[in-house]
Design a protein around this ligand. Structure first.
Ligand code: MF3
Ligand code: CO
Ligand code: CO
Length: 256
């Protein structure tokens, strides 16, 4: 059942989204050659709890850390470890603070040192594909419109879209209805209504779309062909007239 948020709930979602964006901004600044994911995890944990908030990933279905960190061919749900970031890595940081009972969920892919042009192009195309999806959001548009905008842009650039992991409704729950696919056909699927809050978080691969989940840790998702994968995520609100990006960061320019 898709939840339509009340005015009061929307105010709390605005606050959760703002906090999530601030947290992500601070963590993005820490990614450098020689730094480890565990150091970012500790910083994220402290940033969040010192302000009286809770990192939703920690102990979520047994996830052991306070954010996901997904490097290079890791598609999503990477578990922070002690491998130092290396020059040329692409690193996704995915944070989800719980603020006064409501979740804000956002991620971005950043560069370590100087990355290859093919990696830079993939990351930029992924960011643009997320914005193509966001810009479809308004009352009366459909989930298929969002998926189609993302898929058609990414595939036109020669990339592939991961099917197994989706955006999601969000609020008091981390993952609420509906599932928000990053592929689709215009006009198909659920019709959007004002007061819905959900994420848009495309995972785009340089090679084939196929992925596998590590059975040893139960979380890490990698590309089958070991090609690079990038992701960006925002939490959005459907307004009476269009969209409000709740996790927009200071200085981040929305793509028209
Ligand atoms: N933040 C992820 C998302 O965008 C979910 C991570 S679940 C976790 O939906 F348990 F791995 F943290
Ligand atoms: Co999410
Ligand atoms: Co997320």
């Amino acid at each position: 059942m898709v939840i339509i948020k009340s005015k009061a709930e929307i105010e709390l979602m605005r606050k959760a989204g703002r906090v999530a964006g601030e947290c992500l901004s601070e963590m993005m600044k820490l990614v450098k050659v020689g730094v480890t994911p565990n150091e970012i995890n500790q910083a994220c944990h402290e940033w969040t709890v010192s302000r009286g908030y809770t990192p939703a990933p920690l102990n979520y279905n047994g996830f052991p850390k306070s954010l996901c960190i997904s490097v290079n061919d890791v598609v999503c749900h990477g578990i922070p470890d002690n491998r130092e970031f290396q020059d040329g890595d692409i690193v996704n940081l995915d944070v989800t603070p719980i603020v006064e009972g409501f979740h804000g969920d956002t991620n971005a892919t950043v560069f370590v040192g100087k990355v290859k042009p093919e990696a830079e192009k993939l990351v930029e195309a992924t960011r643009i594909s997320m914005w193509k999806g966001i810009n479809q959001v308004k009352p009366g548009a459909t989930l298929g419109d969002i998926g189609h905008a993302i898929q058609s842009y990414a595939e036109k650039q020669g990339y592939s879209v991961v099917l197994e992991y989706c955006g999601h409704g969000i609020g008091k729950g981390f993952h609420e209805d509906p599932m928000v696919s990053h592929v689709g056909k215009p006009g198909q699927g659920l019709k959007l209504r004002a007061g819905m809050t959900f994420t848009i978080e495309p995972m785009i691969n340089l090679g084939q779309r196929f992925v596998w989940e590590d059975q040893k840790d139960g979380w890490t998702v990698r590309t089958r062909d070991k090609s690079l994968s990038a992701q960006f995520e925002h939490t959005v609100l459907v307004t009476e007239t269009g969209v409000e990006v709740l996790t927009l960061r200071e200085g981040e320019v929305p793509l028209a």
